[in-house]
Structure formats: structure tokens, C-alpha cells
Write a protein of this length. Sequence first.
Length: 400
Amino acid sequence: MPLPVLAMMLCTFCVGTAESVIAGILPDIAGRVGVSLSAVGMLISVYALVVVVAGPCLTALTARTRRAVLLPGMMGVFVLGNVVAALAPGFAWLVAGRIVSALAHSTLIAVFVAAARDMAPPDRRAAWGARITLGIGLATVVGVPAGTLVGHAWGWRATFWVLAALSAVSTLLLLRHNVPEPPPAGPDAPRATAAGRRRGFAIPLPMVLVALVIVLGTGGVFALYTYASPYLTDAAGFESSTVTVLLWLYGLGGIAGNVIGARAADRSLSAAVSGTLGTVAAALLLLTLLADNAWAVAVLFCVLGAAYFATIPALNSQIVASAGPTSAAMALSVNNSAFCVGIALGSWLGGAFLARGHDVLAVPAGAAALAAGGLLLSAVTARMLRKGRTADGPRATVAA
């Protein structure tokens, strides 16, 4: 693996860990800071909201900044956010630290993936981009459990200090191995850019559709993943102690899926998108139908993790392919926002089913329907791209 790509993957590992580790130290923060668990849960919601809203805007504002300046600068902002959280004298400062960290999240991951794709041979772009998103998979399997253990052993502030230190080391590695600047734009780029300025911030319609596919597919997975514990114990009959093992299997499947999805996307993008989303929908449906078979549930949970993480490089590539004159970094920033919206949608949907008194098996059933909707929409989008509506004729856009 080229050293610049390794440096970017380590930075992504830190960002992915920071995003999710809060879930493991929520009770510690609530007890030490003196607020309710629901209030501490805002640290997750606020982070996601900032990523969704501010991420694309900040990426657009920094589009002309050289990567040699932008990436270390954004990592510096991310480190600062973790330091503010570690030093927070009260809950408001802790929220402020999370907001500062979240500001850098979307732009960092988008530019990292775009840079890795720029460095790759033409037939390996999805695979090289997946090396960056592998950092998020490793964060799920290694970073979040490790951060939770640190928080339990030495207090929640120690988790943020370790994150800040590891992020600083990753940034130094990034500085030692400069990330190449994007290749020169083609002859049509200035005209497209000028047209874009006249229209304002215009997003190609196929790119909007891909973002909706991401929302639906991710929402389906997280409807179940958020409530995995009650599903696995109440519906599938596992002991509480086994739930952690199954979640690790999900994460390990995700690491394998990240690699498989990238290779499939480099061979045939439309087949990779439909295949991965179809597997997600099928796994969720089978988790509904075979909930009384413990071995089937264990295998399917691993398959679900692999299929979901396989969608990430495939959909990354598809949203870039659908972006037209929109920069790859901007498209990938919208991509990150769509994943966050999908996570929020899925969590809400699963909670809504349970709050209305439905059996816990309604959660994977509803999740499968959501993922199937994403699969159908992806077929429409792929057909649109095949017909060349975004490449040849007048481009349909949505003004933001």
C-alpha cells in the first residue's frame, strides 16, 4: 500500500472511531458530567447533523485549496475538537468539541477517497478508494471497542486524549508523505464550472438519486443494527454475552465486504451496486424468516456486515460517476451526508416499530423493505447512466 494511502487510511480510522465511540462511553459521560443519558445521546445526533449540513458546504468552500494545505489543516481542526472535548469543564463545552470535530469529518473522508482514486490505475480506482474506507471498518471492529475499554479503565476524557494523540501522529505521517494534487481538469472543465456558477450550486439529478439509494440502503441496515441487541436476544434467543461476539462477526464481515465490493465495482459498477444492495435486502429478509435458527442468524449477521460494507465502495464509485461537472470530492461529501441521513432514518424507523408495540421481528422486515426500495431505485439510476443522459444531452440538475 502506498504510504500516502496508508496515512490517509489511518486518519480515516481516527475519524471513524471518534464518530462512533461515544456510544460505548455514554453512561460514563452521563455519570461524570451530571446529565441524562438522552442528553448525552445528543453528542451523536449533533455530530451527525453537522456532518450532513456543514460537510458539503465546507467541501465546496475549500474546493480550490491545495490538498497539501487542506488535509493537514482539517486534521488539525479534528485534533482540536478532541482536545476541547477532553478538557471540557461542562456539557456545553463537550458539545462544542464534538461540533468542531464533525466540521472536519465529511471533507476529510471525501478528499481522502478522491485522492486515493486519483492515485490509482484506471481499473483500480474503487479498490484504492476502498483502502480509505477500510479505516472506517477497522474503526468499527478495533477502534470503538478499544476506545470504550480506555474510557472504562481511565475515564471518558482519556478516550478523547488517546484519539487526539493518535490523530496527531496520523497527521504527522500525512505530512511526511504528501498527497498528490488532483490531475489537471480536461478542456471542458472551465466551461462546466462557469455554467455551474451561473446556475448556482446545482447537483445532477442522477447524483441525487444515488444519494437517495444510499439513504435507503443504509437506513435498512441501521434499522436492524441499532436494535441488534433486542433482536438477537428476544427474537433469535441468544444470550446477552453472545451479542458482542455477533457484533464482532458483523464488523469482521464488513472488512471482507469492503475489499470484495471494491473489486466488484472495478469490474462492473452497476452489477456491484445491484449485487451488494440485493444481498443486503435478502439478508434482512432471511433474518426475519429464519430468526428461530441461531446458526442461520449468526451466518446471516456476518453476511449482512459484508454486504453493507461492500455497498460503500460501489456507491462511492457510482456517485462519482454520476457527478458530471461536480468535483469528486464534492460528490463524496454528499455521499457521506447521505450515509449519515440513512443511519438516522434507520434508527428512527426501528425505534418507531418498537414504540408502536410491534414484535421485534417487524424491525428486520421493515428494514428489508427499505433496502429493497434502494435496490429498485439503483436500477433506475443505472439505466439513466447507461443511456448517457448525464454525459451527452442537457443535464438535469437540482439547485440547492
